[in-house]
Design a protein around this ligand. Sequence first.
Ligand code: V0D
Length: 256
Amino acid sequence: MLEKLASQQHNPSGDGVDVNAFENIPRHVAIIMDGNGRWARRRGLPRIAGHRAGMNVVKKIVRAADRLGIEILTLYAFSTENWKRPKDEVDYLMRLPEQFLSSYLKELVEKNVQVRVMGDIERLPAHTRRAVDKAMADTAANDGMVLNFALNYGSRHEITEAVRRLAIDVREGRKDPEDITEKDIAKYLLTNVYPDPDLLIRTSGEIRLSNFMLWQLAYTELWFTDVYWPDFTEDHFHEAIRHYSGRSRRYGGVKE
Ligand code: V0D
């Protein structure tokens, strides 16, 4: 299921971009979609106009990622810190999954995409959870690209939960603490079924991880761009992929 050969994919976009030109396509791409509020302010618009524009860019980048043969696309949609924003803005954000899916779920099903969510979704409003649950259910039988939304996600919380569960295993006698390995920790993270991201993209000029996938990004190539997320295009995406494609990763070892 996760073994599409990117190098053999054709390019149905017909936009003149040769997807076969990338010699090394990342399997897992993660994106911090930053700059929506600043994009709006710059235009004299309310912040929510930026979020709406950002939502439409998500659709374009999902299509682009699917065409490239990327296996997993993880998008940071809402952090555990985002609850501190004004209530009106949070309320608007919590409507976006429904808006997104009402116009786009059909296409995701047709594209064989699997919608997944990582984060504490119990604490989302019921209407948001319903929309997300339906998307996951309607795409559960698909085996194409995974579209993984980080929703109410925080990496330290994720690691803390993993440690807590491991400690319970120790207490219950299922685990000898002397035998704890990195694999044991990874098993309890929300990403346990995915490989670590190969490439992280953050838009809007901030050079920070902001509590996103701290464990999983240990060896990931990082790509920062000043472009605001609502202005991020398929061409910008290809630029990041091209950068990745030209890197050879050593994981702390020596280049062969
Ligand atoms: C706002 C830019 C899609 C970042 C993108 C609840 C901030 C647009 C979704 C979405 C958001 C989430 C789950 C799902 C389907 C779609 C989304 C949020 C914010 C926060 F199953 N865009 N989007 N969710 N923004």
